[in-house]
Design a protein around this ligand. Structure first.
Ligand code: SAH
Ligand code: SF4
Length: 377
């Protein structure tokens, strides 16, 4: 019975207005209910005291407010919190909260696994099961806000920023991701400014080209390599949408966006793979004329990977070179080390439909990654 109920976490503002219209209620009910759900974290209609009893009874019959179920919560020594969330079908996804002095960033997942198979990413390694719904995406923010407000009322560690950098490729799950980001920015929901909501993509060009028509948020691009042969290996979607198609799509977005005056270029630092001065030189010339900030991410290892993290010395040389060329460069500090909560370490529990894991195991080229290293030197 209950699975026939409509989950109100799935509804954006427009959806909520439509929903109440069909119920024969006034449109302002939509605002009231959005606030109860997202600003007060309420899940029981009985608590919505400014709504008539008759309306509440009706809502209880046909609707529900159902966030993801928490499997476990781990808190790191540095304050980072990682949640494992149960997703129907025996799956689990992960979400991470990173507190800093003046902000609290929530790293949200968009899919159960990821089909894009970037060779340095634990999520990609796990394979793909399915897309998350709007409710399952915004439900992560809803859940974290409830948890943090309850636990830390005194130290104000609320969610101030959201990054779509958890498990999954957000642009491969377009509508639910756009809907959820709309709610993140809605004044009657989380009211985050558009510069505080970041979409990170490995470069799905057609979706990136249409994105600005639908939503204006901050943009991060997982570039990771300054030329096609290397990017084809690290970020295989590059074979379909190579760098000379990706760059114009980024410019298209930036030119029309108010939120993204600069694009954040994400570049994972892999020892002996993409971290030489020659790579830095190529990167500097590729990004010439693109307003950007370069985010160097020391590779976060996971058990199945043979890649290694670049040495601090090569990261410094790489960074210094780009800074001298006039770029803004930030080296990302790894957070939540002790609970495997860093970028690319989120694995969850995925029933892989792409058979990626078994293909990998059968792959006789266990030497594969080493071979890559040789090819690109
Ligand atoms: N699918 C999206 C967003 C999720 S990944 C994307 O690829 O952009 C978030 C960021 O973590 C991306 O920049 C990704 O390339 C990076 N990442 C993945 N695996 C990593 C690893 N093992 N170490 C460091 N960064 C990693
Ligand atoms: Fe997917 Fe992003 Fe991981 Fe690539 S880096 S496999 S796109 S989650």
């Amino acid at each position: 019975m209950s699975n026939k109920k409509i989950n109100l976490l799935n509804l954006t503002r427009d959806g909520m207005v439509e929903f109440f219209k069909e119920l024969g209620e006034k449109p302002f009910r939509a605002t009231q209910v959005l606030k109860w759900i997202h600003q007060f974290g309420v899940e029981d209609f009985a608590e919505m005291t400014n709504i008539s009893k008759a309306c509440r009874t009706k809502l209880k019959d046909i609707a529900e407010i159902k966030g993801p179920e928490v499997v476990s919560v781990q808190e790191s020594a540095d304050g980072t919190i990682k949640w494992a969330l149960h997703i129907p079908g025996g799956q689990a996804i992960e979400m991470v909260f990173i507190p800093e002095r003046h902000r609290g960033t929530l790293c949200v997942s968009s899919q159960v696994g990821c089909a894009l198979e970037c060779s340095f990413c634990s999520t990609g390694y796990q394979g793909f099961n399915r897309n998350l719904s709007t409710a399952e995406i915004i439900g992560q923010v809803w859940l974290a806000a409830r948890h943090l407000n309850g636990l830390h009322k005194s130290d104000n560690r609320a969610v101030t920023n959201v990054v779509m950098m958890g498990m999954g490729e957000p642009l491969a799950n377009y509508e639910p991701v756009v809907n959820a980001m709309e709610l993140m920015m809605d004044d009657n929901a989380y009211g985050l400014s558009k510069r505080r909501v970041t979409l990170s993509t490995s470069g799905m060009v057609p979706q990136l080209k249409r994105l600005i028509e639908d939503i204006d948020v901050a943009l991060a691009i997982s570039l990771h390599a300054p030329n096609d042969p290397l990017r084809d290996i690290l970020v295989p979607i590059n074979k379909k949408y190579p760098i000379n198609e990706l760059m114009p799509a980024i410019h298209h977005y930036l030119e029309r966006s108010n939120a993204a005056r600069k694009v954040t270029i994400e570049y994972v630092m892999l020892k002996g793979i993409n971290d030489s001065l020659e790579h830095a030189r190529q990167l500097a010339s590729l990004l010439k004329g693109t307003p950007c900030k370069i985010n160097l991410i020391p590779f976060n290892p996971f058990p199945q990977s043979d890649y290694e993290t670049s040495t601090q010395q090569s990261i410094d040389l790489f960074s210094d070179f780009l800074i001298k060329k006039g770029y803004l460069v930030v080296t990302r500090r790894t957070r939540g080390d002790d609970i495997d909560a860093a970028c690319g370490q989120l694995a969850g529990k995925i029933n892989d439909k792409t058979k990626r894991q078994s293909r990998r195991e059968q792959d006789t080229s266990k030497e594969y990654q080493k071979q890559i290293a040789v090819e690109i030197r």
